[in-house]
Design a protein around this ligand. Structure first.
Ligand SMILES: [Zn+2]
Length: 525
């Protein structure tokens, strides 16, 4: 995969640009994965609560982290470039961003972007599946506004998450888009570094050709792990394509199925010389389409999953519940799997639930107190009812930790006040802040050692592998209703196009616009 970029023959450098001066890069971004099925609107406070930095704080918070911004800072420093930090704001995946919050962030960015003179390139960290009440294609709107300010000539290089719902508007507004190559995501800093390398080439005046292919295909996180079939083969094709001297960079966006937007779905975007990106994008798009059946997940009911987990001799067994995946914008307070564990009297398990109200109740009782009351199920009926439980309060603290797994390493995560209840061996970790548990430290910080639990409930599609992949003996995927369900027939799409996409339209036929679907590419080397 693209750890470093290959050499590509650039056009002759115009003499005016040969002057030996440091490049001047504007850096920043707005990052959000929007689950439009969530009733929890995303406000400015949600950005402040998760990731937020203005000006020099960007360097203070992200230098040395495995984030896109961290990678951009390091590579720009290596290149001796001069950086103008603007604003970087990211919120935990949740519902549609309010127009007020989005306008505020866009205006703040544009204000900072208007200050420096003679910018050579804009470096942006985007997600690509951001939806705002201002504009349903919020990433595209943001880049268009930057274009509007800086004009057509200044290149804009943006990174995006593998879960982006890329649109033609975004592709047209940006000069080059570079997506993560990994899921679970571990290459954020590498992609930020690649963005700087690409930016340096663009500063020489060269502009690559771009090919963009959108597939009528919906896939779910559970089946998108890039080191496993069917994605591993696709990523090998991407890596091989990037070794070609005619290709600058290729990305596959798996899309984010939990958004009722017209830009929904899988996409391939390739950049390079002449017609090479076209045949490359067609070839990869055709290969993905050919494997579409392999993206359909296998799932068990909560009861069957718990029964199977209890039969496994050596744990930990992960019960993955993608439908309540905080990383996919859900509340993370769903109770259906916990209910099945309680009913089966599971002797050892750990579950994380977002429930500030229950945490408050636990704080009034203190460590060692006996909690008796309702937990979870407070946001959406779909995710199960609140459960009446009784259990000893084992742990109470106001927690903040630094991510130390492979995901966004070094990023600070605030959990707020946390309480752990012991329900006869089932440990329920209640958090005040809603945050995706992508590190083993997420549990350890609250005194729960993952390796010592027989069952770990992971409200996650694939990202849990980054935290627990090395220690689990088995993983079982659970089919619960929820706004990030792996069983996408459960999702309440209103846009007509979703129903015309595979797998909701199981017999759909599709071919990329080139002719590579039925015969080998004529341009392949
Ligand atoms: Zn993602």
């Amino acid at each position: 995969m693209k750890q470093s970029r290959k050499k590509i023959a650039a056009k002759p450098i115009p003499s005016a640009d040969v002057e030996d001066r440091p490049r001047r890069f504007l850096i920043g971004g707005i990052w959000h994965e929007t689950n439009t099925f969530s009733p929890i609107a995303t406000e400015l406070a949600d950005f402040h609560r998760y990731q937020y930095a203005e000006g020099e704080d960007i360097r203070r918070l992200y230098a040395g982290t495995n984030t896109e911004i961290g990678g951009m800072l390091a590579a720009a420093d290596r290149a001796g470039a001069y950086l103008f930090p603007t604003v970087f704001a990211g919120a935990v995946p949740s519902g549609t961003i309010t127009a007020e919050a989005f306008d505020y962030l866009v205006d703040l960015f544009l204000e900072a972007a208007a200050k420096p003179s003679a910018i050579d390139c804009v470096l942006l960290a985007l997600h690509g599946a951001m939806v705002s009440a201002r504009d349903r294609e919020a990433d595209a709107y943001f880049v268009e506004r930057i274009r509007g300010l800086l004009g057509q000539d200044i290149p804009i290089v943006a990174t995006f998450d593998l879960h982006a719902n890329l649109s033609r508007r975004l592709v047209d507004a940006a000069t080059v888009l570079i997506g993560y190559d990994t899921f679970p995501h571990v290459d954020m800093a590498a992609r930020g570094g690649e963005a700087v390398e690409v930016a340096l080439r663009l500063c020489e005046g060269w502009r690559p050709a771009c090919a963009f292919r959108k597939l009528p295909l919906l896939t779910v996180p559970q089946m998108q792990a890039t080191a496993e079939p069917p994605m591993d083969e696709i990523m090998r094709m991407v890596a091989a394509a990037e070794n070609s001297p005619e290709i600058l960079t290729v990305s596959v966006a798996q899309g984010f199925a939990y958004a009722d937007v017209s830009q929904l779905g899988v996409a391939v975007v390739a950049y390079g010389e002449g017609k090479a990106p076209e045949s490359c994008a067609d070839k990869i798009a055709a290969a993905i389409w050919k494997r579409r059946q392999a993206f359909v997940p296998k799932l068990e009911t909560p009861e069957a999953a718990v029964r199977a987990a209890l039969k496994v001799k050596q744990g930990p067994v992960v019960l993955a519940e993608p439908a309540d995946n905080v990383g996919g914008g859900t509340p993370g307070d769903g109770t259906l799997v916990l209910q099945a564990l309680i009913e089966a009297r599971a002797p050892s398990a750990a579950v994380v639930l977002w429930d500030p109200q229950a945490v408050e109740a636990a704080r009034r009782l203190g460590v060692g107190g006996m909690f008796a009351g309702e937990i979870g199920g407070r946001t959406l009926k779909l995710h199960g009812p609140p459960l009446s439980v009784r259990g000893k309060i084992e742990f109470l603290a106001d927690l903040t930790y630094k991510r130390d797994g492979a995901y966004m390493t070094g990023q600070t995560v605030r959990l707020g006040w946390v309480a752990v209840l012991d329900l006869e061996g089932i440990r329920v970790m209640l958090t005040s802040e809603r945050c995706m548990p992508f590190d083993a430290t997420h549990l350890r910080a609250a005194g729960i050692e993952p390796a010592q639990q027989h069952i770990l409930v992971a409200k996650s599609g694939s990202a849990w592998k980054g935290a627990f992949g090395d220690i689990v003996t088995r993983a079982i995927y659970v089919d619960t209703p929820g706004i990030a369900a792996s069983n996408i027939a459960r999702l309440p799409y209103r846009i007509a196009s979703a129903k015309q996409m595979f797998p909701l339209a199981p017999d759909l036929d599709w071919k990329p616009p080139g002719k590579v679907a039925s015969k080998p590419a004529t341009r392949s080397k």
